[in-house]
Design a protein around this ligand. Structure first.
Ligand SMILES: O=C(O)CCC(=O)C(=O)O
Length: 282
């Protein structure tokens, strides 16, 4: 893990191949797939979609901050919640406290290799604020639109890093990440906050319209199973829908600095009563 700091500062991301071993990745994938065997009842199924953003209105989404909640692909559900696809390929993601509540995800989130990466990036007292298992299923895995993670987990000053771990090979066909190198040097473009308007049906809102990013600034970042991509909180990234026949599972979590950094009270996801779990102390 030498020199990750200078690459991270220059490009806003670093690719760490073989971050976890194949058998460790299989363990994560096994437990990620377990969630598809115990889906919520039809009348409680919610989707997650970064184009239509239905989740902005859902208390279920807000409550998922400190739970393990399941979100379906839009194309997986009929209007009445019945599945149009096999349960195994119906979920968009599971979140947002896997890193704390699931023993396997907890073990790998607080692993020495994660701590070492945070240390190399000059984190003094990092904490994990959120985690997700992303399925990106064959045929129906939806697009994740262009965004910065600091939009969702804003801190002052901004000190946030995403760990994005490929649990399967991520290719251009099955929807690998696309990243705009250097885009982390342009500030935070918008924020996703709790809505102060009590009469609005949206619990969560963006404070500004989505910026128009130029596709020519982005590079595909295909990676093999076991690779970890470290994403600066301000680097702009996205992924295309998965129209291929192969899934593209990933486990991702976000780490913030807590030393001399304040986590915004306006952020959609607020810390649990004892604060976010500290990376070096767990
Ligand atoms: O896994 C993906 O396709 C995108 C995930 C992402 O952008 C994120 O977690 O911030």
């Amino acid at each position: 893990m030498k020199d990750i700091r200078s690459q991270f500062q220059k490009n806003g991301f670093v690719v760490l191949e073989d971050f976890f071993q194949p058998e460790e990745i299989d363990e994560l994938k096994f437990y990620g797939e377990e969630y598809t065997k115990n889906l919520p009842p039809e009348n409680e199924r919610k989707v997650f979609n970064t184009i239509e953003n239905q989740q902005n209105k859902d208390q279920y989404f807000l409550d998922s901050a400190h739970k393990i909640s399941m979100f379906f692909e839009t194309e997986a559900l009929e209007a009445n919640g019945k599945l149009k696809v096999h349960p195994r390929v119906s979920l968009n993601k599971v979140g947002h406290a896997l890193h704390w509540l699931n023993p396997t995800f907890r073990k790998y989130s607080f692993d020495e290799r994660v701590k070492e990466a945070a240390f190399q990036l000059d984190y003094e007292e990092p904490a994990i604020c959120s985690s997700m298992y992303i399925y990106k299923n064959p045929g129906i895995g939806s697009e994740v639109t262009m965004h910065q993670d600091a939009t969702y987990f804003y801190t002052d000053p901004v000190k946030l890093v995403g760990f994005w771990i490929a649990l399967e090979d991520a290719t251009q066909e099955n929807g690998c990440l696309w990243i705009a190198p250097g885009s982390h040097q342009s500030g935070v473009h918008r924020r996703y906050v709790r809505n102060k308007d009590p009469d609005s049906e949206s619990l969560l809102v963006y404070d500004r319209a989505a910026p128009c990013y130029q596709l020519s600034n982005f590079r595909p970042v295909p990676v093999s199973k076991g690779t970890c991509i470290l994403l600066h909180g301000q680097v702009v990234h996205f992924s295309y829908p998965n129209k291929s026949e192969k899934s593209r599972h990933a486990y991702t979590f976000h780490v913030i600095e807590t030393q001399n950094v304040s986590y915004s009270k306006e952020n959609w996801l607020q810390p649990p009563p004892g604060g976010f779990p500290k990376l070096y102390r767990n």
